[in-house]
Design a protein around this ligand. Structure first.
Ligand code: NAP
Length: 252
């Protein structure tokens, strides 16, 4: 049973992979969690069921962060169920099939930037409207999920994806300074190679295992290892941290 004092966290793309681990961990730390998904309702329901079985509070929220209507629906559902928002994790993101620049189309690029960049910026805008002390809110936290690709560039695989995460890094720094006086902290996490379904979605199901020898720690990371960093950044333990970008990459 939820009490009105319980802080509310929205995790975009919370149904699978890194997002699902963030949802479960945040619920364990006392957050009521809105588990957003794009199409995999069963996966989102499974995350909600696991949280509820452990005594936590969660709802599944459908909505495509790559569409304005989808974002409006996500925040409307959070408003309706919880009536407050205290944190946002901009986790939803996509890759595409490995390609060189000479094979990339405008359509591919538009989708990549719409979901990875515009989706994160517009979700942050909606969250700031609710959390900012300027708008009568209580302040809050935002964590953006970037990628080591922002630094390494992903040559020969997906430079468009890497560029989208470079935008997330820059957005994190700018937004953190813009909303610091609104009572909102903004940070980012840069995962390295993490063992999730995202690699298969790009047509490289063995990517995490194949890259292991190139990673200083000689292994891919787990979704939970990324979630642990995010949990630090949404907790009061990081009360003096804003505008930071934390690599969670096994040294990669
Ligand atoms: P994943 O396993 O493919 O899961 C993606 C999640 O995002 C799913 O919950 C999916 O929902 C959701 N999603 C996808 N498109 C969406 C949209 N348009 N609107 C709303 N939700 C959407 O991915 P992951 O590996 O956990 O990646 C999570 C984040 O970490 C991404 O931003 C990714 O770029 C970043 N990252 C991952 C790695 C890695 O190696 N895994 C490394 C660096 C950075 P459905 O279940 O409904 O499809």
């Amino acid at each position: 049973m939820r009490n009105d004092e319980q802080p509310v966290l929205l995790v975009t793309g919370g149904s699978r992979g890194i997002g699902a681990a963030i949802c479960r961990s945040a619920a364990g730390q006392g957050w009521a969690v809105a588990v957003n998904y794009a199409s995999n309702r069963a996966a989102a329901n499974a995350v909600v069921a696991a949280i509820e079985a452990a005594g936590g509070t969660a709802i599944a929220v459908e909505g495509d962060v790559g569409s304005e209507a989808g974002i409006a629906a996500i925040f409307a559902a959070v408003d309706k169920t919880f009536g407050r928002l205290d944190g946002l994790v901009n986790n939803a993101g996509i890759v595409d099939a490995p390609a060189r620049i000479d094979e990339m189309t405008a359509e591919r690029l538009e989708r990549m930037l719409r979901i990875n960049v515009s989706g994160s910026i517009l979700c942050a805008a909606a969250a700031v409207r609710r959390m900012s002390v300027r708008h009568g809110g209580k302040g809050g936290v935002i964590v953006n999920i970037s990628s080591m690709a922002a630094v390494l560039g992903s040559a020969g695989q997906y430079v468009d994806y890497a560029a989208s995460k470079g935008a997330i890094d820059t957005f994190t720094v700018g937004l953190s300074r813009e909303v610091v006086s609104d009572g909102i902290r903004v940070n980012a996490v840069r995962p390295g190679v993490i063992d999730t379904d995202i690699h298969a979605s790009g047509g490289l199901p063995d990517r995490a295992r194949d890259l292991a020898p190139t990673i200083p720690m000689q292994r891919p990371g787990t979704a939970q290892e990324v979630a642990d960093a995010v949990l630090y950044l949404i907790s009061p333990s990081s009360s003096y941290v804003t505008g930071a970008i934390l690599n969670v990459s096994g040294g990669r």
